[in-house]
Design a protein around this ligand. Structure first.
Ligand SMILES: [Zn+2]
Ligand SMILES: [Zn+2]
Length: 412
């Protein structure tokens, strides 16, 4: 028998105020992927003070374990990194932090994906579990993961021996804030988030004077043809019933209007939900890139694979059980079952590395009037993404606590 989760988590006014302060502190001091030193130190200090055993893992990751007698081992993951975005929310706790990207460029940094709400929610749930040890039994393992945005952190933790050092959970949970209604949670069973592949394409041409294009091979024109033709692969080669997205979001070439440059560089981001569709789509994209270069008499373009996100698959049985548990606590209407998203996550590596189920859900962060209004809603990664603190954090803590309690043993 498991613990009765119909009880709501006992978040008192003191804990709530403490979590608000923690959230603002994290929001004002974001750190780029795999550079989350101060964030990791803060997490280690907080979790240690609660009585958790902690160790660093995967660079700036932190694992925090609390053993509380015999019983199931349950895992919860929170990602901790921020993005190179200049915050423009106008919040009084807005970030003015800066950071250095791996290429050496100095950039503004913002918790534009809301991972600060994930850290705060996890610490909130961890606090409740530490304070209420008589209400459960077993072991909880919190995984504070660095570098989600660059698809590095989960793999880095696994490669650093995460599962040699930490107890193996029977299930790992995780969650993400998103621009839905604050107070609501969204769950998807089965494939829940897309595989993503990113490439950097370098088109080689032959530079020269803008007045004499016949003496050059113009990489700008070739790359422009490539970008347009890549989209036609989606409409002509992917079955209409299969979700797939191709995005070219960066494109760089040339310095001056009358100098034809010798190369053009752009990136391609590809998202799919079915491994067979992925394989076919990537093959077709590669074919188009090579053929367009050949059509213009240019050398073969260079295609660098930047990173790959795995499919995020929510174990159906664990998802059904979690949905029922969340509905008991949050209410039937505030736990929605929704289709898969085309966003991506590296969360799946963590349970996947030991072959246990994972379940990952979304919680809303915006007021209903903003979500339902006529203006475009600021999404994750926007400089305007500003989750409301409540009820966002209370629901984040409640969902995390409920998921863990639904799998832990009864009280002692
Ligand atoms: Zn995120
Ligand atoms: Zn993100």
């Amino acid at each position: 028998m498991t613990t009765d989760t119909a009880d709501v988590p006992p978040i008192g006014p003191q804990l709530q105020a403490d979590l608000h302060t923690l959230y603002k502190q994290l929001h004002a001091a974001p750190e780029l992927s795999m550079q989350e030193q101060a964030t990791a130190a803060l997490i280690t200090q907080r979790m240690g003070a609660l009585g958790y055993d902690t160790f660093g893992c995967g660079g700036t990751g932190v694992v925090a374990t609390l053993e509380n007698g015999a019983g199931p081992v349950v895992g919860f993951r929170a990602d901790i990194d921020a993005l190179p975005v200049a915050e423009d929310t106008g919040l009084d706790y807005a970030s003015s932090a800066r950071g250095t990207l791996p290429d050496g460029s100095d950039v503004p940094v913002m918790h534009a994906c809301g991972h600060d709400t994930h850290i705060t929610s996890a610490i909130g749930a961890a606090t409740l579990l530490a304070e209420q040890r008589h209400t459960w039994s077993g072991t909880v393992v919190f995984l504070f993961q660095p570098g989600e945005e660059t698809a590095e952190g989960a793999a880095a933790m696994v490669a650093d021996g995460l599962w040699d050092k930490a107890p193996h959970p029977e299930v790992v949970f995780g969650q993400h804030v998103w621009p839905g209604r604050a107070g609501q949670v969204e769950v998807t069973s089965g494939p829940a988030m897309a595989m993503a592949d990113s490439w950097r394409v370098t088109v080689q041409g032959r530079g020269g004077h803008g007045s004499q294009p016949h003496n050059t091979i113009d990489p700008v024109l070739i790359a422009a043809h490539m970008v347009v033709r890549l989209q036609s692969v989606i409409s002509r080669e992917v079955p209409a019933q299969q979700p797939a997205v191709v995005t070219v979001a960066s494109f760089h070439a040339g310095l001056k209007e009358n100098i034809i440059p010798s190369e053009a560089v752009f990136t391609v981001n590809v998202r799919t939900l079915d491994p067979r569709v992925r394989e076919r789509l990537l093959g077709a994209l590669r074919r188009v890139l090579l053929a367009e270069a050949q059509a213009s008499g240019a050398p073969e373009p260079t295609i660098e694979e930047l990173y790959t996100f795995p499919l995020m698959h929510n174990d159906p049985a664990a998802t059904t059980a979690l949905t029922a548990a969340l509905r008991e606590v949050l209410g039937q209407d505030d736990v929605l079952e929704v289709p898969a998203r085309m966003g991506s996550e590296d969360f799946g590596h963590l349970p996947g590395a030991i072959g246990v189920p994972g379940v990952y859900w979304f919680f809303g962060g915006l007021p209903a009037e903003v979500v339902d209004g006529d203006d475009p809603v600021p999404s994750n990664h926007s400089p305007h993404f500003a989750p409301v603190i409540e009820p966002t954090l209370t629901v984040g803590v409640t969902a995390a606590w409920t998921a863990l309690m639904s799998r832990l043993g009864t009280g002692r």
